[in-house]
Design a protein around this ligand. Structure first.
Ligand SMILES: Nc1nc2c(ncn2[C@@H]2O[C@H](COP(=O)(O)OP(=O)(O)OP(=O)(O)O)[C@@H](O)[C@H]2O)c(=O)[nH]1
Ligand SMILES: [Mg+2]
Length: 575
Protein backbone atom coordinates (compact mmCIF):
# COMPACT_ATOMS: atom_id res chain seq x y z
CA UNK A 1 0.00 0.00 0.00
CA UNK A 2 1.21 3.56 -0.67
CA UNK A 3 2.63 5.35 2.38
CA UNK A 4 0.62 8.48 1.69
CA UNK A 5 -2.69 8.40 -0.07
CA UNK A 6 -5.36 10.90 -1.01
CA UNK A 7 -5.81 14.58 -1.39
CA UNK A 8 -2.27 16.00 -1.09
CA UNK A 9 -2.68 18.64 -3.83
CA UNK A 10 -1.86 22.22 -2.85
CA UNK A 11 -0.07 21.32 0.39
CA UNK A 12 3.15 23.14 1.31
CA UNK A 13 6.45 21.25 1.17
CA UNK A 14 6.85 21.59 4.93
CA UNK A 15 3.38 20.18 5.53
CA UNK A 16 4.08 17.28 3.20
CA UNK A 17 7.33 16.58 5.04
CA UNK A 18 5.49 16.56 8.36
CA UNK A 19 2.99 14.13 6.89
CA UNK A 20 5.82 11.88 5.71
CA UNK A 21 7.39 12.06 9.13
CA UNK A 22 4.24 10.63 10.73
CA UNK A 23 5.66 7.27 9.65
CA UNK A 24 8.48 7.65 12.17
CA UNK A 25 6.11 7.50 15.13
CA UNK A 26 6.02 4.32 17.22
CA UNK A 27 2.59 3.28 18.39
CA UNK A 28 2.53 0.91 21.38
CA UNK A 29 0.37 -2.07 20.28
CA UNK A 30 -1.82 -1.81 23.35
CA UNK A 31 -2.78 1.81 22.61
CA UNK A 32 -5.30 2.92 19.98
CA UNK A 33 -2.87 5.68 19.04
CA UNK A 34 0.08 7.33 20.81
CA UNK A 35 -0.52 10.71 22.37
CA UNK A 36 2.20 12.47 20.33
CA UNK A 37 0.85 11.06 17.11
CA UNK A 38 -2.68 12.18 18.03
CA UNK A 39 -1.36 15.67 18.73
CA UNK A 40 0.55 15.82 15.49
CA UNK A 41 -2.33 14.71 13.23
CA UNK A 42 -4.71 17.11 14.99
CA UNK A 43 -2.30 20.01 14.54
CA UNK A 44 -1.84 19.15 10.87
CA UNK A 45 -5.58 18.78 10.37
CA UNK A 46 -6.11 22.15 12.00
CA UNK A 47 -3.65 23.76 9.57
CA UNK A 48 -4.64 22.13 6.31
CA UNK A 49 -8.37 21.88 7.08
CA UNK A 50 -8.45 18.32 5.80
CA UNK A 51 -9.13 15.14 7.71
CA UNK A 52 -6.13 12.88 8.26
CA UNK A 53 -6.51 9.14 8.66
CA UNK A 54 -4.08 6.44 9.73
CA UNK A 55 -4.28 2.73 8.97
CA UNK A 56 -2.46 0.87 11.72
CA UNK A 57 -1.54 -2.80 11.95
CA UNK A 58 -2.05 -4.76 15.15
CA UNK A 59 1.66 -4.62 15.87
CA UNK A 60 1.37 -0.83 16.02
CA UNK A 61 2.97 -0.31 12.61
CA UNK A 62 1.57 2.66 10.70
CA UNK A 63 0.83 1.49 7.17
CA UNK A 64 -0.74 4.41 5.36
CA UNK A 65 -1.54 8.05 6.00
CA UNK A 66 -4.71 9.18 4.26
CA UNK A 67 -5.43 12.82 3.48
CA UNK A 68 -9.11 13.56 3.00
CA UNK A 69 -11.15 16.74 2.71
CA UNK A 70 -12.89 18.70 5.46
CA UNK A 71 -15.57 16.10 6.03
CA UNK A 72 -14.31 12.67 4.98
CA UNK A 73 -11.40 10.43 4.13
CA UNK A 74 -11.44 7.76 1.48
CA UNK A 75 -9.80 4.49 2.48
CA UNK A 76 -7.59 3.08 -0.30
CA UNK A 77 -7.73 -0.50 -1.54
CA UNK A 78 -6.73 -2.65 1.44
CA UNK A 79 -6.94 -6.01 -0.28
CA UNK A 80 -3.31 -6.76 0.66
CA UNK A 81 -4.76 -7.33 4.10
CA UNK A 82 -7.23 -10.18 3.85
CA UNK A 83 -9.53 -10.89 6.75
CA UNK A 84 -9.54 -14.68 7.15
CA UNK A 85 -13.08 -16.13 7.36
CA UNK A 86 -14.74 -15.18 10.60
CA UNK A 87 -11.97 -12.85 11.71
CA UNK A 88 -11.11 -9.17 11.63
CA UNK A 89 -8.75 -7.60 9.17
CA UNK A 90 -5.79 -6.81 11.38
CA UNK A 91 -5.95 -3.11 10.49
CA UNK A 92 -7.56 -0.27 12.36
CA UNK A 93 -8.38 3.21 11.17
CA UNK A 94 -7.88 6.31 13.32
CA UNK A 95 -8.75 9.66 11.76
CA UNK A 96 -9.49 13.25 12.62
CA UNK A 97 -12.82 15.10 12.53
CA UNK A 98 -12.74 18.85 12.09
CA UNK A 99 -16.23 19.83 13.12
CA UNK A 100 -16.50 17.93 16.38
CA UNK A 101 -18.66 15.24 14.83
CA UNK A 102 -18.91 11.69 16.18
CA UNK A 103 -18.35 8.64 14.01
CA UNK A 104 -20.39 9.10 10.84
CA UNK A 105 -22.49 6.62 8.97
CA UNK A 106 -19.71 6.35 6.38
CA UNK A 107 -17.18 5.56 9.12
CA UNK A 108 -19.34 2.70 10.36
CA UNK A 109 -19.91 1.49 6.81
CA UNK A 110 -16.15 1.28 6.25
CA UNK A 111 -15.77 -0.52 9.56
CA UNK A 112 -18.30 -3.16 8.40
CA UNK A 113 -17.31 -3.52 4.80
CA UNK A 114 -13.60 -3.82 5.50
CA UNK A 115 -13.90 -5.79 8.75
CA UNK A 116 -11.53 -3.34 10.40
CA UNK A 117 -10.31 -4.12 13.91
CA UNK A 118 -11.52 -0.72 15.08
CA UNK A 119 -12.68 2.61 13.68
CA UNK A 120 -11.80 5.73 15.66
CA UNK A 121 -12.26 9.46 15.14
CA UNK A 122 -10.52 12.20 17.12
CA UNK A 123 -12.20 15.58 17.15
CA UNK A 124 -9.91 18.57 16.83
CA UNK A 125 -10.34 21.38 19.40
CA UNK A 126 -10.45 25.01 18.14
CA UNK A 127 -6.78 25.42 19.09
CA UNK A 128 -5.75 22.33 17.09
CA UNK A 129 -5.35 20.02 20.07
CA UNK A 130 -6.95 16.56 20.21
CA UNK A 131 -10.28 16.77 22.01
CA UNK A 132 -12.49 13.68 22.13
CA UNK A 133 -11.87 10.15 20.88
CA UNK A 134 -14.85 8.21 19.52
CA UNK A 135 -14.31 4.55 18.70
CA UNK A 136 -16.43 1.63 17.53
CA UNK A 137 -15.98 -2.04 16.75
CA UNK A 138 -18.01 -4.72 15.02
CA UNK A 139 -20.15 -6.80 17.36
CA UNK A 140 -18.94 -10.39 17.39
CA UNK A 141 -22.46 -11.75 17.77
CA UNK A 142 -25.76 -10.62 16.32
CA UNK A 143 -27.72 -8.44 18.74
CA UNK A 144 -31.47 -8.47 19.22
CA UNK A 145 -31.52 -4.76 18.46
CA UNK A 146 -30.10 -5.47 15.02
CA UNK A 147 -27.08 -3.27 15.80
CA UNK A 148 -23.92 -4.39 14.10
CA UNK A 149 -21.47 -2.12 15.94
CA UNK A 150 -20.68 -1.19 19.47
CA UNK A 151 -19.96 2.50 19.97
CA UNK A 152 -17.53 2.85 22.87
CA UNK A 153 -17.85 5.63 25.41
CA UNK A 154 -16.22 8.81 24.11
CA UNK A 155 -13.01 9.69 25.93
CA UNK A 156 -11.66 13.18 26.51
CA UNK A 157 -7.99 13.96 25.87
CA UNK A 158 -8.23 16.79 28.35
CA UNK A 159 -8.26 14.45 31.32
CA UNK A 160 -5.18 15.56 33.29
CA UNK A 161 -4.76 12.22 35.08
CA UNK A 162 -3.50 10.29 32.09
CA UNK A 163 -0.40 10.33 30.02
CA UNK A 164 -0.93 7.56 27.49
CA UNK A 165 -3.95 7.18 25.30
CA UNK A 166 -4.20 3.48 26.14
CA UNK A 167 -4.68 4.38 29.77
CA UNK A 168 -6.76 7.36 28.82
CA UNK A 169 -9.15 5.14 26.98
CA UNK A 170 -8.99 2.69 29.81
CA UNK A 171 -8.80 -0.09 27.26
CA UNK A 172 -5.99 -2.24 26.08
CA UNK A 173 -6.45 -2.06 22.33
CA UNK A 174 -4.81 -5.37 21.49
CA UNK A 175 -6.68 -7.14 24.30
CA UNK A 176 -9.95 -5.69 23.06
CA UNK A 177 -9.39 -6.92 19.52
CA UNK A 178 -8.41 -10.33 20.79
CA UNK A 179 -11.54 -10.49 22.95
CA UNK A 180 -13.72 -9.66 19.94
CA UNK A 181 -12.07 -12.38 17.87
CA UNK A 182 -12.36 -14.91 20.69
CA UNK A 183 -16.03 -14.20 20.96
CA UNK A 184 -16.39 -14.52 17.19
CA UNK A 185 -14.79 -17.92 17.17
CA UNK A 186 -16.81 -19.08 20.17
CA UNK A 187 -19.98 -18.09 18.40
CA UNK A 188 -18.86 -19.94 15.30
CA UNK A 189 -18.06 -23.04 17.34
CA UNK A 190 -21.53 -22.92 18.79
CA UNK A 191 -22.87 -22.83 15.26
CA UNK A 192 -20.75 -25.90 14.41
CA UNK A 193 -18.77 -24.24 11.72
CA UNK A 194 -16.72 -26.95 10.06
CA UNK A 195 -13.20 -25.59 9.80
CA UNK A 196 -11.93 -27.60 6.82
CA UNK A 197 -14.74 -26.79 4.42
CA UNK A 198 -15.84 -23.81 2.41
CA UNK A 199 -18.65 -22.21 4.37
CA UNK A 200 -21.21 -20.31 2.44
CA UNK A 201 -24.11 -17.98 2.97
CA UNK A 202 -26.68 -18.34 0.23
CA UNK A 203 -28.46 -15.21 -0.88
CA UNK A 204 -31.41 -14.76 -3.16
CA UNK A 205 -32.34 -11.28 -4.26
CA UNK A 206 -35.46 -11.55 -6.29
CA UNK A 207 -38.74 -10.12 -7.44
CA UNK A 208 -40.15 -13.63 -7.94
CA UNK A 209 -43.01 -14.94 -5.81
CA UNK A 210 -41.71 -16.14 -2.45
CA UNK A 211 -42.60 -19.81 -2.94
CA UNK A 212 -40.69 -20.00 -6.17
CA UNK A 213 -37.68 -18.17 -4.70
CA UNK A 214 -37.59 -20.53 -1.71
CA UNK A 215 -37.71 -23.60 -3.95
CA UNK A 216 -34.84 -22.19 -5.95
CA UNK A 217 -32.83 -21.53 -2.78
CA UNK A 218 -33.53 -25.09 -1.69
CA UNK A 219 -32.03 -26.30 -4.94
CA UNK A 220 -29.05 -23.98 -4.50
CA UNK A 221 -28.52 -25.62 -1.11
CA UNK A 222 -28.41 -29.01 -2.80
CA UNK A 223 -25.98 -27.68 -5.37
CA UNK A 224 -23.74 -26.38 -2.59
CA UNK A 225 -23.94 -29.72 -0.80
CA UNK A 226 -22.98 -31.49 -4.03
CA UNK A 227 -19.97 -29.23 -4.24
CA UNK A 228 -18.96 -30.12 -0.69
CA UNK A 229 -19.72 -26.65 0.66
CA UNK A 230 -21.20 -26.19 4.11
CA UNK A 231 -24.24 -23.93 4.01
CA UNK A 232 -24.31 -21.75 7.12
CA UNK A 233 -27.31 -19.64 6.36
CA UNK A 234 -29.73 -18.70 3.62
CA UNK A 235 -31.10 -15.22 3.08
CA UNK A 236 -34.03 -14.30 0.89
CA UNK A 237 -34.46 -10.68 -0.02
CA UNK A 238 -37.58 -9.84 -1.96
CA UNK A 239 -37.40 -6.58 -3.86
CA UNK A 240 -39.73 -4.94 -6.30
CA UNK A 241 -36.76 -4.48 -8.57
CA UNK A 242 -33.32 -6.04 -8.36
CA UNK A 243 -30.68 -3.33 -7.90
CA UNK A 244 -28.82 -3.14 -11.22
CA UNK A 245 -25.51 -2.22 -9.59
CA UNK A 246 -25.20 -4.39 -6.51
CA UNK A 247 -28.23 -6.70 -6.87
CA UNK A 248 -29.29 -5.60 -3.37
CA UNK A 249 -29.11 -2.18 -1.68
CA UNK A 250 -25.73 -1.15 -0.27
CA UNK A 251 -27.15 -0.99 3.24
CA UNK A 252 -28.30 -4.59 2.97
CA UNK A 253 -24.99 -5.58 1.49
CA UNK A 254 -23.22 -4.03 4.44
CA UNK A 255 -25.44 -5.95 6.86
CA UNK A 256 -24.78 -9.09 4.89
CA UNK A 257 -21.01 -8.74 5.14
CA UNK A 258 -21.05 -8.32 8.94
CA UNK A 259 -23.50 -11.18 9.27
CA UNK A 260 -21.31 -13.37 7.07
CA UNK A 261 -18.27 -12.53 9.16
CA UNK A 262 -20.05 -13.28 12.43
CA UNK A 263 -21.11 -16.64 11.01
CA UNK A 264 -17.57 -17.44 9.91
CA UNK A 265 -18.50 -17.69 6.23
CA UNK A 266 -15.80 -17.89 3.59
CA UNK A 267 -18.04 -17.40 0.59
CA UNK A 268 -21.30 -15.76 -0.46
CA UNK A 269 -23.32 -17.44 -3.18
CA UNK A 270 -26.06 -15.59 -5.04
CA UNK A 271 -28.93 -17.62 -6.40
CA UNK A 272 -29.27 -15.24 -9.33
CA UNK A 273 -26.74 -14.96 -12.09
CA UNK A 274 -24.74 -11.78 -11.50
CA UNK A 275 -23.64 -9.95 -14.60
CA UNK A 276 -19.95 -9.05 -14.96
CA UNK A 277 -20.39 -5.49 -13.74
CA UNK A 278 -22.48 -6.54 -10.74
CA UNK A 279 -19.93 -9.06 -9.60
CA UNK A 280 -17.19 -6.47 -9.96
CA UNK A 281 -19.12 -3.78 -8.07
CA UNK A 282 -19.98 -6.19 -5.27
CA UNK A 283 -16.49 -7.62 -4.83
CA UNK A 284 -15.02 -4.14 -4.95
CA UNK A 285 -17.31 -3.17 -2.12
CA UNK A 286 -17.22 -6.13 0.24
CA UNK A 287 -14.47 -8.28 1.64
CA UNK A 288 -15.90 -11.60 0.56
CA UNK A 289 -15.50 -14.01 -2.26
CA UNK A 290 -18.76 -13.86 -4.13
CA UNK A 291 -19.97 -16.31 -6.71
CA UNK A 292 -23.33 -16.97 -8.33
CA UNK A 293 -25.42 -20.00 -9.12
CA UNK A 294 -23.88 -20.40 -12.55
CA UNK A 295 -20.37 -20.45 -11.17
CA UNK A 296 -21.36 -23.01 -8.57
CA UNK A 297 -22.78 -25.29 -11.27
CA UNK A 298 -19.63 -24.82 -13.33
CA UNK A 299 -17.59 -25.71 -10.28
CA UNK A 300 -19.53 -28.92 -9.73
CA UNK A 301 -19.07 -29.83 -13.36
CA UNK A 302 -15.34 -29.19 -13.04
CA UNK A 303 -15.18 -31.55 -10.08
CA UNK A 304 -17.21 -34.27 -11.75
CA UNK A 305 -15.87 -34.33 -15.27
CA UNK A 306 -13.91 -37.52 -15.83
CA UNK A 307 -13.56 -38.05 -19.56
CA UNK A 308 -11.33 -35.93 -21.77
CA UNK A 309 -14.33 -34.47 -23.63
CA UNK A 310 -16.06 -33.70 -20.39
CA UNK A 311 -13.05 -31.88 -19.05
CA UNK A 312 -12.60 -29.86 -22.23
CA UNK A 313 -16.28 -28.95 -22.27
CA UNK A 314 -16.24 -27.77 -18.67
CA UNK A 315 -13.05 -25.80 -18.98
CA UNK A 316 -14.41 -24.14 -22.08
CA UNK A 317 -17.57 -23.20 -20.26
CA UNK A 318 -15.61 -21.81 -17.32
CA UNK A 319 -13.35 -19.73 -19.51
CA UNK A 320 -16.28 -18.33 -21.46
CA UNK A 321 -18.02 -17.43 -18.25
CA UNK A 322 -14.90 -15.80 -16.84
CA UNK A 323 -13.84 -13.89 -19.92
CA UNK A 324 -16.17 -10.90 -19.54
CA UNK A 325 -15.55 -11.01 -15.80
CA UNK A 326 -11.81 -10.58 -15.99
CA UNK A 327 -11.90 -7.21 -14.33
CA UNK A 328 -8.94 -4.92 -14.71
CA UNK A 329 -8.59 -4.57 -10.99
CA UNK A 330 -6.66 -7.49 -9.59
CA UNK A 331 -8.47 -7.66 -6.32
CA UNK A 332 -11.89 -8.19 -7.75
CA UNK A 333 -10.50 -10.59 -10.24
CA UNK A 334 -8.60 -12.79 -7.88
CA UNK A 335 -11.45 -12.90 -5.44
CA UNK A 336 -13.75 -13.94 -8.21
CA UNK A 337 -11.52 -16.34 -10.01
CA UNK A 338 -9.92 -18.26 -7.20
CA UNK A 339 -12.53 -20.85 -8.07
CA UNK A 340 -14.12 -22.49 -5.07
CA UNK A 341 -11.35 -23.96 -3.01
CA UNK A 342 -8.94 -23.36 -5.82
CA UNK A 343 -10.56 -25.67 -8.33
CA UNK A 344 -11.72 -24.19 -11.59
CA UNK A 345 -9.25 -22.69 -13.98
CA UNK A 346 -7.24 -21.27 -11.09
CA UNK A 347 -5.92 -17.88 -10.31
CA UNK A 348 -2.65 -17.89 -12.19
CA UNK A 349 -4.26 -19.18 -15.34
CA UNK A 350 -6.87 -16.47 -15.18
CA UNK A 351 -4.53 -13.66 -14.41
CA UNK A 352 -3.18 -14.02 -17.90
CA UNK A 353 -4.78 -11.48 -20.11
CA UNK A 354 -7.97 -11.77 -22.05
CA UNK A 355 -6.13 -12.46 -25.25
CA UNK A 356 -4.58 -15.61 -23.94
CA UNK A 357 -7.91 -16.72 -22.56
CA UNK A 358 -9.42 -16.20 -25.98
CA UNK A 359 -6.62 -18.19 -27.59
CA UNK A 360 -7.25 -20.99 -25.17
CA UNK A 361 -10.97 -20.91 -25.94
CA UNK A 362 -10.11 -21.20 -29.62
CA UNK A 363 -7.88 -24.21 -29.03
CA UNK A 364 -10.44 -25.97 -26.86
CA UNK A 365 -13.15 -25.39 -29.43
CA UNK A 366 -10.96 -27.00 -32.03
CA UNK A 367 -10.41 -30.11 -29.93
CA UNK A 368 -14.13 -30.31 -29.34
CA UNK A 369 -14.69 -30.24 -33.08
CA UNK A 370 -12.42 -33.24 -33.36
CA UNK A 371 -14.38 -34.99 -30.66
CA UNK A 372 -17.52 -34.26 -32.59
CA UNK A 373 -16.08 -35.76 -35.75
CA UNK A 374 -15.20 -38.92 -33.91
CA UNK A 375 -18.69 -39.03 -32.48
CA UNK A 376 -20.18 -38.72 -35.93
CA UNK A 377 -18.09 -41.63 -37.10
CA UNK A 378 -19.31 -43.70 -34.19
CA UNK A 379 -22.83 -42.65 -34.96
CA UNK A 380 -22.43 -43.67 -38.58
CA UNK A 381 -21.20 -47.07 -37.45
CA UNK A 382 -24.12 -47.42 -35.10
CA UNK A 383 -26.60 -46.48 -37.80
CA UNK A 384 -25.07 -49.15 -39.94
CA UNK A 385 -25.70 -51.64 -37.22
CA UNK A 386 -29.17 -50.18 -36.85
CA UNK A 387 -29.60 -50.81 -33.18
CA UNK A 388 -32.40 -48.71 -31.68
CA UNK A 389 -31.26 -46.18 -29.09
CA UNK A 390 -33.22 -45.27 -25.99
CA UNK A 391 -31.90 -42.20 -24.18
CA UNK A 392 -32.69 -41.53 -20.57
CA UNK A 393 -33.12 -37.84 -19.86
CA UNK A 394 -34.38 -35.93 -16.85
CA UNK A 395 -33.70 -33.41 -14.15
CA UNK A 396 -30.51 -33.95 -12.20
CA UNK A 397 -30.88 -36.49 -9.36
CA UNK A 398 -34.12 -37.89 -10.83
CA UNK A 399 -32.69 -41.42 -10.89
CA UNK A 400 -31.46 -41.79 -14.49
CA UNK A 401 -28.28 -43.67 -13.66
CA UNK A 402 -30.10 -45.82 -11.12
CA UNK A 403 -32.61 -46.84 -13.77
CA UNK A 404 -29.84 -47.68 -16.23
CA UNK A 405 -28.13 -49.76 -13.57
CA UNK A 406 -31.23 -51.67 -12.56
CA UNK A 407 -32.28 -52.35 -16.14
CA UNK A 408 -28.88 -53.49 -17.32
CA UNK A 409 -27.32 -54.83 -14.15
CA UNK A 410 -24.56 -52.31 -14.40
CA UNK A 411 -22.79 -50.16 -12.04
CA UNK A 412 -22.74 -46.60 -13.32
CA UNK A 413 -22.15 -44.09 -10.53
CA UNK A 414 -25.50 -43.12 -9.01
CA UNK A 415 -25.65 -41.07 -5.87
CA UNK A 416 -27.62 -38.54 -4.02
CA UNK A 417 -25.93 -35.44 -5.26
CA UNK A 418 -26.68 -33.16 -8.17
CA UNK A 419 -24.83 -33.88 -11.39
CA UNK A 420 -23.43 -37.23 -10.33
CA UNK A 421 -23.29 -38.08 -14.03
CA UNK A 422 -21.56 -35.88 -16.54
CA UNK A 423 -20.18 -38.29 -19.05
CA UNK A 424 -22.69 -40.25 -21.05
CA UNK A 425 -22.62 -44.02 -20.77
CA UNK A 426 -24.35 -46.59 -22.90
CA UNK A 427 -25.34 -50.17 -22.22
CA UNK A 428 -26.88 -52.85 -24.31
CA UNK A 429 -30.18 -54.28 -23.19
CA UNK A 430 -32.08 -57.33 -24.38
CA UNK A 431 -35.84 -57.13 -23.94
CA UNK A 432 -37.96 -60.15 -22.93
CA UNK A 433 -39.15 -60.61 -26.51
CA UNK A 434 -35.53 -60.69 -27.66
CA UNK A 435 -35.27 -57.15 -28.94
CA UNK A 436 -31.84 -55.58 -28.54
CA UNK A 437 -31.41 -51.88 -27.82
CA UNK A 438 -28.81 -49.44 -26.63
CA UNK A 439 -29.70 -47.48 -23.50
CA UNK A 440 -27.83 -44.28 -22.78
CA UNK A 441 -27.65 -42.24 -19.65
CA UNK A 442 -26.40 -38.70 -19.79
CA UNK A 443 -25.91 -35.44 -17.95
CA UNK A 444 -28.94 -34.19 -16.02
CA UNK A 445 -30.84 -31.01 -16.68
CA UNK A 446 -31.42 -28.14 -14.32
CA UNK A 447 -33.49 -24.98 -14.45
CA UNK A 448 -31.56 -22.03 -15.84
CA UNK A 449 -28.85 -24.32 -17.16
CA UNK A 450 -25.96 -21.89 -17.65
CA UNK A 451 -25.76 -20.73 -21.22
CA UNK A 452 -22.04 -21.46 -21.29
CA UNK A 453 -22.69 -25.06 -20.33
CA UNK A 454 -25.44 -25.48 -22.86
CA UNK A 455 -23.01 -24.40 -25.55
CA UNK A 456 -20.16 -26.47 -24.23
CA UNK A 457 -22.27 -29.60 -23.85
CA UNK A 458 -23.87 -29.14 -27.23
CA UNK A 459 -22.05 -32.18 -28.59
CA UNK A 460 -23.20 -34.36 -25.70
CA UNK A 461 -26.75 -33.07 -25.93
CA UNK A 462 -26.87 -33.39 -29.70
CA UNK A 463 -26.33 -37.09 -29.18
CA UNK A 464 -29.90 -37.11 -27.97
CA UNK A 465 -31.10 -36.14 -31.42
CA UNK A 466 -30.22 -39.56 -32.71
CA UNK A 467 -32.26 -41.34 -30.04
CA UNK A 468 -35.26 -43.37 -31.18
CA UNK A 469 -37.05 -43.01 -27.89
CA UNK A 470 -36.58 -40.66 -24.94
CA UNK A 471 -37.28 -41.82 -21.42
CA UNK A 472 -38.02 -38.75 -19.37
CA UNK A 473 -37.41 -39.66 -15.72
CA UNK A 474 -39.23 -37.48 -13.21
CA UNK A 475 -38.59 -37.66 -9.48
CA UNK A 476 -42.19 -37.29 -8.34
CA UNK A 477 -41.16 -37.42 -4.69
CA UNK A 478 -39.57 -33.99 -5.12
CA UNK A 479 -42.03 -31.21 -4.24
CA UNK A 480 -40.74 -29.25 -7.22
CA UNK A 481 -41.31 -32.15 -9.65
CA UNK A 482 -43.77 -30.20 -11.77
CA UNK A 483 -41.47 -27.28 -12.50
CA UNK A 484 -38.57 -29.69 -13.01
CA UNK A 485 -40.62 -31.61 -15.55
CA UNK A 486 -41.45 -28.38 -17.33
CA UNK A 487 -37.80 -27.25 -17.35
CA UNK A 488 -36.72 -30.52 -18.96
CA UNK A 489 -39.46 -30.52 -21.56
CA UNK A 490 -38.86 -26.91 -22.45
CA UNK A 491 -35.19 -27.69 -23.03
CA UNK A 492 -36.05 -30.70 -25.18
CA UNK A 493 -38.44 -28.54 -27.19
CA UNK A 494 -35.73 -25.96 -27.64
CA UNK A 495 -33.35 -28.67 -28.79
CA UNK A 496 -35.50 -30.04 -31.57
CA UNK A 497 -36.26 -33.27 -29.81
CA UNK A 498 -40.01 -32.70 -30.09
CA UNK A 499 -40.49 -35.34 -32.74
CA UNK A 500 -38.85 -38.17 -30.84
CA UNK A 501 -41.39 -40.30 -28.99
CA UNK A 502 -41.07 -39.72 -25.26
CA UNK A 503 -42.18 -41.81 -22.30
CA UNK A 504 -42.69 -39.98 -19.04
CA UNK A 505 -41.44 -42.16 -16.23
CA UNK A 506 -42.53 -41.27 -12.71
CA UNK A 507 -39.74 -42.37 -10.41
CA UNK A 508 -39.25 -42.80 -6.66
CA UNK A 509 -42.88 -43.74 -6.21
CA UNK A 510 -41.81 -45.88 -3.25
CA UNK A 511 -41.72 -42.62 -1.34
CA UNK A 512 -45.38 -41.80 -2.00
CA UNK A 513 -48.64 -43.53 -1.16
CA UNK A 514 -50.59 -45.37 -3.78
CA UNK A 515 -53.44 -42.90 -4.22
CA UNK A 516 -50.99 -40.06 -4.78
CA UNK A 517 -49.18 -42.16 -7.38
CA UNK A 518 -52.44 -43.06 -9.17
CA UNK A 519 -53.35 -39.39 -9.29
CA UNK A 520 -49.91 -38.51 -10.74
CA UNK A 521 -50.23 -41.19 -13.40
CA UNK A 522 -53.59 -39.77 -14.35
CA UNK A 523 -52.28 -36.20 -14.48
CA UNK A 524 -49.08 -36.77 -16.39
CA UNK A 525 -49.85 -39.85 -18.48
CA UNK A 526 -46.62 -41.35 -17.18
CA UNK A 527 -45.62 -44.82 -16.02
CA UNK A 528 -44.91 -45.21 -12.32
CA UNK A 529 -41.74 -46.99 -11.25
CA UNK A 530 -39.16 -47.16 -8.56
CA UNK A 531 -35.79 -47.36 -10.22
CA UNK A 532 -34.24 -49.01 -7.19
CA UNK A 533 -36.67 -51.94 -7.38
CA UNK A 534 -36.48 -54.02 -10.50
CA UNK A 535 -39.86 -55.65 -9.82
CA UNK A 536 -41.57 -52.31 -10.46
CA UNK A 537 -40.14 -51.94 -13.95
CA UNK A 538 -42.22 -54.47 -15.91
CA UNK A 539 -44.87 -52.06 -17.22
CA UNK A 540 -42.13 -49.70 -18.32
CA UNK A 541 -40.14 -52.44 -20.04
CA UNK A 542 -43.28 -53.59 -21.84
CA UNK A 543 -44.06 -50.11 -23.01
CA UNK A 544 -40.48 -49.59 -24.16
CA UNK A 545 -40.40 -52.77 -26.13
CA UNK A 546 -43.72 -52.11 -27.79
CA UNK A 547 -42.59 -48.63 -28.70
CA UNK A 548 -39.25 -49.83 -30.04
CA UNK A 549 -41.03 -52.30 -32.24
CA UNK A 550 -43.40 -49.61 -33.48
CA UNK A 551 -40.48 -47.34 -34.28
CA UNK A 552 -38.71 -50.28 -35.89
CA UNK A 553 -41.69 -51.00 -38.13
CA UNK A 554 -41.82 -47.36 -39.13
CA UNK A 555 -38.13 -46.78 -39.66
CA UNK A 556 -36.98 -50.19 -40.68
CA UNK A 557 -34.58 -50.50 -37.82
CA UNK A 558 -33.32 -54.04 -37.90
CA UNK A 559 -33.00 -55.67 -34.55
CA UNK A 560 -29.47 -56.74 -34.95
CA UNK A 561 -26.21 -57.50 -33.19
CA UNK A 562 -24.62 -54.62 -31.34
CA UNK A 563 -21.22 -53.40 -32.51
CA UNK A 564 -18.31 -54.98 -30.70
CA UNK A 565 -17.25 -51.77 -28.96
CA UNK A 566 -20.44 -51.42 -26.92
CA UNK A 567 -19.96 -52.46 -23.37
CA UNK A 568 -22.27 -55.32 -22.85
CA UNK A 569 -25.01 -54.67 -20.37
CA UNK A 570 -27.21 -57.34 -18.87
CA UNK A 571 -30.18 -58.70 -20.62
CA UNK A 572 -33.48 -57.76 -19.05
CA UNK A 573 -34.26 -60.83 -17.05
CA UNK A 574 -37.92 -61.43 -16.78
CA UNK A 575 -37.81 -62.58 -13.20
N1 LIG B 1 -36.14 -43.86 -2.82
C1 LIG B 1 -35.70 -43.92 -4.06
N2 LIG B 1 -34.51 -43.37 -4.37
C2 LIG B 1 -34.08 -43.44 -5.64
C3 LIG B 1 -34.84 -44.06 -6.65
N3 LIG B 1 -34.16 -43.95 -7.80
C4 LIG B 1 -33.02 -43.28 -7.53
N4 LIG B 1 -32.97 -42.98 -6.22
C5 LIG B 1 -31.88 -42.25 -5.52
O1 LIG B 1 -31.78 -40.95 -6.06
C6 LIG B 1 -30.42 -40.52 -6.06
C7 LIG B 1 -30.02 -40.03 -7.45
O2 LIG B 1 -29.98 -41.10 -8.33
P1 LIG B 1 -29.11 -41.07 -9.66
O3 LIG B 1 -29.47 -42.33 -10.40
O4 LIG B 1 -27.70 -40.79 -9.37
O5 LIG B 1 -29.78 -39.84 -10.38
P2 LIG B 1 -29.38 -39.19 -11.80
O6 LIG B 1 -30.66 -38.80 -12.44
O7 LIG B 1 -28.49 -40.10 -12.54
O8 LIG B 1 -28.65 -37.90 -11.30
P3 LIG B 1 -27.46 -37.05 -11.97
O9 LIG B 1 -26.54 -37.99 -12.67
O10 LIG B 1 -26.84 -36.44 -10.78
O11 LIG B 1 -28.10 -36.05 -12.85
C8 LIG B 1 -29.60 -41.72 -5.59
O12 LIG B 1 -29.30 -41.52 -4.23
C9 LIG B 1 -30.53 -42.88 -5.78
O13 LIG B 1 -30.28 -43.92 -4.87
C10 LIG B 1 -36.10 -44.65 -6.27
O14 LIG B 1 -36.83 -45.22 -7.07
N5 LIG B 1 -36.46 -44.54 -4.97
MG1 LIG C 1 -26.64 -39.91 -13.16
Amino acid sequence: MKKIYGNTGGLKATQLRRIENLHHHRIPPEAVISEQLAEEICQLTHEIRRQIGLLIERSGKLVTVIIGDHQKIEIPDTSDYKAPPGRLKGLRCVHTHIKGERLTKDDLTDLSLLHLDLMAAITVAPDGAPDILHAAHILPQPEKTGDQHRLMDPVSFASPASNTIGALLDIDCIALIKAIEDELSQYQKMRRVDAGKERAILVSVTSQPKRQALASLEELKELARSSNIQVIDTILQSRKKVNPRFAMGTGKLQELTVHAMQQGASLIIFDQELNPSQIKEITDLIEFRVIDRTQLILDIFAQRARSRDGKIQVELAQLKYMLPRLATKNTAMSRLTGGIGGRGPGETKLEINRRRVRDKIGRLEKSLDNVKKQRNQQKARRTKNKLPVISIIGYTNAGKSTLLNTMTNSDVLAESRLFATLDPSSRRLKFPRDTDVIITDTVGFIKDLPRELKTAFRATLEELESADILLHIIDVSNPAYESQMESVESITDEMDLKDIPMIRVLNKTDKLDKTAVDELVRQTGGIAISATRSETLHPLIDKMETMVQAVHNNNDIAVDRAPADWQSGGAWLNN
